[in-house]
Design a protein around this ligand. Sequence first.
Ligand SMILES: [Zn+2]
Length: 508
Amino acid sequence: MFEQNRTLDRTPDSRQPHDRLSPWSADAARPDTAPATCYTRGVFLTFLGATGTVTGSRTLVEPEPVDGGAGGRLLVDCGMFQGPRDVRSRNWDPFPLDPSTLTCVILTHAHLDHCGFVPALVREGFDGPVYCSPNTAALVPIILRDSARLQEEDTAWARKKGFSRHADPQPLYGSEDAERAITMLRPVEFGDAFTPVPGLTARLEVSGHILGSSTVTLTDESRQRTVVFSGDLGRGNHPLLDPPTPPCAADAVVLESTYGNRDHGDVDAEIDEMAAVITRTLKRGGTVVIPAFAVDRTEVLLQALRRLQDQQRIPVAPIHADSPMALAALRVYLDAIRNEDPELTSAVIAHGTDAIDLPNLHEATTPEQSMALDGGGARIIVSASGMGSGGRVTHHLKALLPDRDNCVLLVGYQAVGTPGRMLLDGAHEIKIHGEYVPVRAEIAEIEAFSVHADADELLAWLTSCGPLPTQVFINHGEPEASAALAERIRRELDIAAVVPDVGERVRV
Ligand SMILES: [Zn+2]
């Protein structure tokens, strides 16, 4: 599975890629021992995750040094697979290379599907630096600690209730592994050049997706070839963040395709629809449950809810943020505003913390406070996870879905196989904690809060700084979305665009 090769390199000195994972880096030099110059023959990318799916982002990067040179290998992102069981089970597959041979990891941002596997990698022997932007370094500990705790709790719950398929279920990793991973984070300022492995220069730039999110530019100094990883790309209209930095001088781009076959609707119309859904639910005495990613989506959503209340477009009702992780992330956002962080828009800095501070917010910090919200009544609950696949929101869904007065408002991308996607697709029952729950509540979807660029926006970013790249590798999308984006790039831009298979290896 991990032996497929493909090269799009059309230069005369093009070599065929190696047919196995790199043999030279078991004794790889660390960046601080790298020689001043390291000549390379090329850079190989191996797509280890986010292929045919929106989760498990992991791309192996290996510059091939000339004979005798110091080598190295790195991962861009090290995310967890999420979604249906057959995708989640990939977290348990043997890692396709010895983690101790990795020189470093570079993280594009703090979402679990981009950073959530680092503790498992550490437990399996990786001990290098994990480079990321300063705000990503502030958010990743929140995500990893929560992930470890959830896995420990879910494992204990499954063991107690006996609904695991395994006699003795184990977490993918625990809190100790997460704490070790956190000590390995190495913040790098946006725009600063660093040397992740000999022969490559790296630079992080703003990607406008969530606080701290970055594109990664890797330049092979000896061949003057550059590959840019989009990471998750924002839409350019994030209420707090600057738009994505163009991929200037890229010979190759690794491009996400979450919405590669979709165009986001009109934001104002979507917000009108959201106000209508919330109003009719609250007026009939129902509860609005909003599953939301704890980092960024919750912050942006709370800001919008407050605005709607202030404008009297929705009734005033208690708004509950039921996610300790979201509240911790909110504090990182508030700190960034206070510190006038350069990735924030000048308007946000000018307004100060008023932009997202919510004096009327009720925080549910304990499980008891969380459970008390399920008694029904006119209220709004914002709770993680964003696809209903874990966390406290699963308990809210279980309690509130059977009552037709309630409403589940889906505001983010819902991956195939997740409860959120099943609700969107009209499921009459969904399985939560081993039990089927009838779906009688109203289900609504609002895309206005998407923090991913749509197809037009992805193309606009790709072409925002000439000359155009000669190769584009499409990842981080479901198969139809990735294929549609590749076709558009080929047809409209005349660029070689491919959707790599898992384990596929290419030379750039
Ligand atoms: Zn993301």
